[in-house]
Design a binder for this molecule. Structure first.
Ligand SMILES: Cc1cc2nc3c(=O)[nH]c(=O)nc-3n(C[C@H](O)[C@H](O)[C@H](O)COP(=O)(O)OP(=O)(O)OC[C@H]3O[C@@H](n4cnc5c(N)ncnc54)[C@H](O)[C@@H]3O)c2cc1C
Length: 590
């Protein structure tokens, strides 16, 4: 392992070590960030939650009014330059606001489509005229935006879209096709529509609802998110002026995929915020509901759940702010331009995918356990637990399904390695040589509990490199067909990034004398221990699929040398976490 390079690149954490003071953590946020967080949570508590029943009845006039109100409060343009009506803060501010909106149920989806999916394409790819024409309205909330990529026959396979655009002799465009599952679709004023010019060149257009031939379809009947509009958009000889082509013909994929990189980061913020919001409900219920003469929060089963919910949320939060800090650092180096933002989002696309998967699965776990803590009351509509559960399920489906995001992670990494970006191939070769040498590195380094736990992460990194190296060697260019192996590699990387981010944050908090430092160390130790065991199982499964005979025995022996999971009394650590959660009646960090 080398030390962190001055310029940090996507996925370099897999090969390099990072100093605790080099990561952004929630504890390290500025007063401006905290003010934005307060504005967002007060808006949710005072204006969204009291309006929830009406939103669930699809009162889109109210939804529009709340979008406008969010604009008035500055929440829609947190990271949009002041020239377009925004506040011009960094991505950390946008993530903080996203977290605050996480408790707002369906409205967070309305909000996410407006702030991420509608603004970013115009901000990063629009002409100056398009930016000045549309951005101030979206940022103020006078205009509602939507993003139309999916179609009935092409969701994950977004480039397989069939919507067509044909250029007219006067330079304008005629669009035909049908977009599906469009968030804000029922009441948006403005749609970012992807269509193929002459059925071939994937391109993007800014389509106003008032253009002839633009017809929003009927609302979908969904499992959850009843207060968020999801509708098709039908384009029947829709007339789009020449100047509403967004970016260049044939370059629509760049817009589509980069917007999703940002959407994934923001979704992670909302999942993180939503999970923490629900923890308040879970602990309040657990401390008031009595069975067998005592609060259910006194039972080990429930305390385990509360502690596990907290630890997992801590892990996601740690990854989220670490990634956001890396993105902001790169944007600042690039002079705070939209082009710099785009480059940074692309650079940290691997981390965004890891975050999308881990945050949505963490949120599902938390919301599922919240139902369980509520028992029968969790299954009936008198309590919010069942709605949270339904509302969250889609997070694993949109912004790229979790399967697609899992596959993207090793895919992007290997592509970068082959282009000379991330030197994973050289690292795999070095590791092979290290493994052939006598076992000098068997004992974990360090003596303090934190150092010993950190040794697990060092082993996990090597495990990830070993599995990726073996997979490339075994399958060569046919590796992309081995999805099961790719998912295992992705999971090891996700667990590694989560464990290391948590340990770095806990170490930073210990160094700064934070009052929750000991509990943070517990959360990080629990996460790292369990992540190490999962990585070991995943690596074994992959090795057993890729090898046989002597090679398999050698590889499994190598794995035993590389990955030694430091023993941790996770039951005792979870009990300490549970005590603090029950006392605080909610999430205990920050
Ligand atoms: C409430 C809601 C809001 C939405 N909002 C928007 C929006 O605003 N704009 C928009 O454009 N879209 C939106 N979508 C659509 C969403 O992005 C798609 O549903 C999603 O991308 C999945 O596509 P699909 O539904 O066609 O599933 P499919 O692509 O058919 O996938 C079905 C299953 O197969 C798996 N799969 C597919 N391809 C592969 C592969 N190559 N390898 C391995 N596994 C694979 C998937 O992971 C999934 O498990 C929304 C959807 C919902 C439900």
């Amino acid at each position: 392992m080398t030390t962190t390079p001055a310029v940090r690149r996507g996925a370099d954490w897999l090969l390099d070590s990072t100093a605790p003071h080099d990561v952004l953590t929630p504890e390290g946020l500025s007063d401006d960030h905290r003010l934005m967080a307060k504005t967002a949570t007060e808006f949710v508590d005072q204006e969204i939650l009291p309006a929830l029943d009406r939103l669930e009845q699809k009162d889109w006039t109210l939804a529009r009014a709340l979008v406008k109100r969010a604009g008035d409060l500055g929440l829609l343009g947190t990271d949009v330059p002041e020239a377009f009506g925004g506040i011009g803060l960094d991505k950390a501010a946008a993530v903080v606001v996203g977290e605050g909106m996480g408790g707002s149920a369906s409205f967070s989806t309305t909000f996410g489509a407006q702030t991420g999916l509608a603004i970013i394409p115009i901000l990063c790819f629009g002409s100056e005229a398009q930016q000045h024409k549309y951005l101030p309205g979206i940022v103020s909330g006078d205009l509602v935006g939507a993003y139309c990529l999916s179609e009935a026959g092409s969701g994950s396979d977004a480039l397989g879209a069939r919507t067509k655009a044909v250029r007219q002799p006067d330079g304008s465009w005629v669009l035909n096709g049908e977009k599906m599952w469009i968030t804000n679709g029922g009441f948006a004023d403005l749609y970012i529509v992807f269509a193929k010019v002459d059925g071939e060149q994937f391109s993007a257009f800014i389509v106003e609802r008032s253009f002839p031939g633009v017809v929003p379809g009927k609302e979908e009947h969904k499992m959850g998110l009843h207060g968020s509009s999801t509708a098709p958009l039908v384009l029947q000889d829709a007339r789009v002026p020449a100047e509403n082509l967004l970016g260049e013909v044939g370059k629509g994929h760049k817009i589509a995929f980069n917007v999703l990189n940002y959407g994934r980061l923001k979704l992670a913020g909302m999942c993180s915020g939503g999970a923490k919001f629900v923890m308040r409900e879970a602990t309040t219920y657990a401390t008031t509901r009595r069975q067998f003469g005592q609060p259910i929060a006194s039972f080990g089963t429930i305390r385990h759940k509360l502690a596990e919910m907290t630890a997992r949320a801590y892990g996601v939060e740690s990854m989220l702010y670490r990634t956001t800090g890396l993105i902001d650092e790169m944007i600042a180096r690039g002079g705070h331009t939209p082009a710099a933002a785009l480059a940074a989002l692309e650079e940290f696309a691997i981390e965004a995918s890891l975050l999308k998967v881990s945050s949505s699965e963490m949120a599902d776990f938390v919301l599922d356990e919240n139902v369980q803590i509520h028992g029968g009351n969790g299954f009936v509509r008198d309590y919010a637990a069942e709605r949270h559960y339904r509302d969250a399920r889609v997070n694993r489906i949109f912004e790229g399904t979790n399967e697609i995001n899992r596959l993207l992670v090793p895919g992007m990494l290997i592509k970068r390695a082959l282009k000379g970006g991330v030197p994973i191939i050289a690292a795999a070769k070095r590791l092979q040589e290290e493994l052939l040498a006598p076992p000098a590195c068997a004992a974990p380094s360090g003596t303090t509990p934190a150092e010993l736990v950190a040794a697990t992460v060092a082993g996990m990194k090597k495990t990830a490199i070993m599995v990726l190296g073996l997979a490339m060697q075994t399958y060569g260019t046919a590796l992309e067909e081995q999805q099961e192996v790719l998912m295992l590699a992705s999971d090891i990387m996700m667990d590694t990034f989560m464990a290391e981010s948590s340990l770095l944050r806990a170490a930073q908090s210990a160094a700064s004398g934070s009052p929750t430092a000991a509990l943070q160390a517990d959360a990080a130790a629990v996460l790292t221990h369990d992540a190490g065991l999962r990585a070991d199982a995943a690596a074994r499964t992959a090795i057993q699929a890729m090898t046989g005979g002597d090679t398999q025995r050698t590889m499994l022996a190598a794995l035993r040398r590389l990955l030694k999971v430091t023993p941790v009394d996770t039951i005792a650590a979870r009990r300490r976490l549970a005590d603090a959660i029950v006392n605080r009646k909610g999430y205990i960090f920050v």
